[in-house]
Ligand binder design. Sequence first.
Ligand code: BG6
Ligand code: MG
Length: 222
Amino acid sequence: MNKIGVIFDLDGVIVDTAKYHFLAWKDLADHLGFEFTEAHNELLKGVSRVRSLEILLDIGKVELSEEKKQEFLISKNEHYLKYITKMGAEEILPGVNELLDALDALGIQYVLGSASKNAPLILKQVNLYERFVGIVDGNSVSKAKPDPEVFLIGAEKLHLKPEQCVVFEDAIAGIEAANAANMISIGIGDEKTLHKANFNFKNLTEIPDNFIKELMDKTKAI
Ligand code: BG6
Ligand code: MG
C-alpha cells in the first residue's frame, strides 16, 4: 500500500457556504441596481473574492473605481461574516465526519486547500479546525485556482509528493488545479460539470467504504 494524503476544498465540500456568498453578493447587486441570480452565483464557485467582484460587475455591466471596488469588497465580506459567525457543527455537509473518521482510522493525514480568506474562521465555527494538520487558504497563495499553487503548498504541509495527494473539490477551477498539480482529483457534485475529475461522486455520502483503501493501492497506477 502507498502512503497518501488528502486535501479538502472547503466551500461546497465541507460546508455549503455558497448560499451565504449568494445573499451577500445579491445585496451588493441590489444596491448597484441589477439582478443577480443563483445561476450567476454558480460562476463564483471556487473563484477568489476579488475575481468574484469582477465577474459580478461584468454581469451588471457596471464600472467602478479601484477605491469603490475595495469599499464593496470590504462591505460584502462584513455582510458574509454575519452569516458565518452564526454557523455551527450542524452545517457540516453529510458524509464529512464519516470520511474524516475513516481517514483517521487509516492514519491518513489531511489539510485544507481553499480559496477563502475566511477558511480558518469557518473551520473553527463548525469545530473542525483542530482535525486538519494544515490550512492553506486565500491568504497563503499568490495565484488562485485553477493555478495549482494552493494544492502544491498543501502537499508540502503533508510532506508528500503531489502524486500521493488526493483532492476533494466541487468547483471546475479546483479540479483543474488538482489535475495541474498532478494529484488525484475527486469531483463532488454534478458529474457533467466536473467531468475532468479522476473520480466523481454526488456528495461525500456516496463514497464507498473501501474507496480510500483502494486508492492507496492504485496511487502509483494513476
Ligand atoms: C471559495 C468559494 O472557496 O472562496 C468562492 O467557492 C469564494 O465562492 C472564495 O469567492 C473566496 O472566499 P472569501 O471567504 O475569501 O471571500
Ligand atoms: Mg468549493
